[in-house]
Design a protein around this ligand. Structure first.
Ligand code: TZP
Ligand code: MG
Length: 206
């Protein structure tokens, strides 16, 4: 298994509103203690300088853990913070442009909701795909229709790169995600804001 596939196993995507109890930094600390293997800083409303500052703080938390830190949407913030990579959507900077800004050594993820989008993934540019939403979710309301596990399996089969499932996923979906062929599962609300973040993350690795 390549290190990236391993990192995709349990992917925490942070949400500052859901993490409001202990905060994003403490949430990440506890989630990594619970077995999270990759972290994405996702904060749609932050100013870039605040996003970069938070990324730098998260890098310190993740230092020595082997857990990569990616930044959602904001490739320039990922460059400024020297994060491990960036995750973009269909409406963000193009994958080719993001790759050019990040350079070859960084991880680039792309969200795809449809077969059309997966088929359009440019070769040799993107490292992994985020596929979903598998289920409807209150965490992100502007998504297309949920694809379910059958839809997920179809997109995974088409994906030219490793893939992670997202959208309404809880610990007991782990097996269905694995059966779809995806390399891992990304979660926001099943971990962020849970009363015991570490235990919530650990529930996924059981
Ligand atoms: N992209 C597709 S669904 C989603 C994102 C960022 C949110 C997933 O959140 P949750 O709380 O794990 O359902
Ligand atoms: Mg985006």
């Amino acid at each position: 298994m390549t290190p990236l596939r391993q990192s995709l196993r349990l992917y925490l995507v942070t949400d500052p509103h859901l993490c409001c109890g202990v905060g994003v930094i403490e949430t990440v600390r506890q989630a990594v203690a619970g077995g999270v293997s990759m972290v994405q800083l996702r904060d749609k409303d932050a100013r870039r300088e605040d996003r970069v500052a938070l990324a730098l703080a998260l890098k310190e938390v993740l230092q020595g853990s082997g857990v990569p830190l990616l930044i959602n949407d904001d490739v320039e913030a990922a460059v400024a913070a020297d994060a491990d990579g960036a995750h973009i959507g269909q409406d963000d900077m193009t994958p080719a442009r993001a790759r050019a800004r990040l350079g070859p050594g960084k991880i680039l993820g792309l969200s795809c909701e449809t077969e059309l989008a997966v088929r359009a993934v440019p070769p040799g540019v993107v490292d992994y795909l985020g596929l979903g939403p598998v289920f409807g979710t209150r965490t992100k309301t502007d998504h297309k229709a949920p694809i379910g596990f059958d839809g997920l399996a179809q997109l995974v089969a088409l994906s030219p790169v490793p893939a992670v499932a997202i959208g309404g996923l809880k610990a007991d979906h782990q097996k269905a995600v694995r059966d779809s062929g995806a390399d891992g599962l990304a979660a926001v609300s099943a971990i962020c804001g849970q009363p015991d973040v570490r235990a919530a993350a650990r529930a996924f690795s059981r």
